[in-house]
Design a protein around this ligand. Structure first.
Ligand SMILES: *Cc1c(COP(=O)(O)O)cnc(C)c1O
Length: 234
């Protein structure tokens, strides 16, 4: 086994242990392997070990990998980075998911630019749940308005919400933030059809996120190792 496949299996095991501990089925939880800054060979190694969902943060880097790995069937590519409107076309044309929709203008561009031959783009609304200093994500009070507008756009399927909580070492605090997200997610699911994805939980808050009800966790370095070189600028 390569170390990537070993790492992948231990992350899967960790997810299974947490799920079991809180009485959830592992099947409810998708592992997104975050491959930003990592070479295509690492993605191919994770693919060979059975991984199918990959997350990329930088548009050009992600599209380059999507093109060169297009011979591998069944990969689900998720865009999870901040998205400038002028880069939206590359996401609309190449990815299956966008987790970081936080304004109507961006959603409208993605809807206009999603090619007809592809299935609708799956979108998540990013919520600024705890990090007041971050500009990414909408405030929770704005969620239902934006969800209503997005649900009326063609070529997009609203699937749920996503957050990147501010780093917080204390488990109780982590859980409180994750539960707030889970509450918003349930409210959204009551008002809109097709809501099935709560994208929440990274290496450091995996326990709290899964316990609160996350359906998709995003893990990078625990699978691919630490990122050694600085991220390219979008
Ligand atoms: C980089 C990143 C991750 C994964 O972070 P790791 O610390 O490598 O596990 C998850 N979500 C988002 C949005 C990221 O940008």
């Amino acid at each position: 086994m390569t170390s990537i496949s070993q790492n992948l299996h231990s992350v899967e095991q960790r997810i299974a242990d947490i799920a079991k501990h809180c009485g959830r089925s592992t099947q409810e939880i998708t592992l997104l392997a975050v491959s930003k800054t990592k070479p295509e060979s690492n993605i191919a190694a994770a693919y060979a070990a059975g991984q199918r969902c990959f997350g990329e943060n930088y548009v050009q880097e992600g599209v380059g990998k999507i093109m060169s790995l297009s011979h591998l069937p069944g990969i689900d590519w998720h865009f999870i980075g901040p998205l400038q409107s002028n880069k939206s076309r590359l996401v609309a044309e190449n990815f299956a998911w966008c987790h970081t929709v936080d304004r109507l203008k961006l959603a409208q561009r993605l809807a206009d630019q999603r090619p007809d031959h592809l299935p609708p783009l799956n979108v998540l609304i990013q919520i600024n749940i705890s990090d007041e200093s971050s500009k990414a994500g909408i405030h929770e009070e704005a969620l239902f308005q934006l969800a209503t507008e997005i649900s009326q756009l063609p070529r997009l399927t609203l699937r749920g919400i996503m957050a990147i909580p501010a780093p917080e070492p204390d488990y109780t605090q982590q859980l409180a933030v994750c539960q707030r997200m889970a509450q918003l997610y349930q409210q959204l699911a009551q008002r809109f059809t097709g809501i099935d994805t709560l994208s929440l939980g990274m290496s450091d808050d995996l326990d709290a996120a899964i316990t609160a009800g996350s359906t998709l966790v995003r893990v990078g370095s625990a699978i691919f190792g630490a990122r050694h070189y600085p991220s390219p600028s979008v």
